[in-house]
Design a binder for this molecule. Sequence first.
Ligand code: ADP
Ligand code: ZN
Length: 216
Amino acid sequence: MRIILLGPPGAGKGTQAKSLALKLGAPHISTGDLLRKNVKEGTGLGIKAKDYMERGALVPDELVAQMLIVRFSQPDVKTGFILDGYPRNMSQAGVLEGILKQNNMSIDLVVSLDSSEPVIIQRLSGRLVCSKCGENFHAVNMPPLKQGLCDKCGSKLYQRADDKEETIRKRLAVYANETAPLLEYYQARNLLHHIPADGPAETVLNQIIVLARQKQ
Ligand code: ADP
Ligand code: ZN
């Protein structure tokens, strides 16, 4: 199963993608996670990407494209994928189409997770991320068992540099201007389904699974 998750920052793409990956046995490919890993490891790509990410801007298309091509050359992608954070603009949709064509693949389903602005701001401004395994928590909605530490691996939790209210607003504007046009693009290809995503993660997940089963 090959799924693209669309939706504004804070809609829950990462959370849903992780659960779906487990359920469907396909890798979760998050360009945001891959970029953050590069920043953390201080790679050439990470050094170039860091400033864009902290400002809530998009990292230049060529950089992300290269990274994605490398990811798609790994064998696990043969089993399908849950793509989270890519494409983010029309040009990236074209890049993805090229990569898929080269690998003889096509997308089965595009899900738009639809969240409202107050919910997004509440979720992102309280978000805590594990510095080691990337697991997400929330100071109020989903607190870790031990304050400041990851339930899964015990490592320290941190607040993402781009999860400040001002930067969240910037990311929302980028989504509206650059990413939202993709909804029409996938609608025209009869792949798009909308799911309301302000509610509990489990409810959202069940709705995506129903859609995925219909496509299998
Ligand atoms: P969110 O969807 O919550 O904004 P992500 O982890 O997906 O969080 O992305 C964080 C940041 O990483 C983005 O604001 C952007 O700077 C960069 N990024 C992630 N994916 C892409 C992409 N496909 N193209 C360009 N930049 C990206
Ligand atoms: Zn962890």
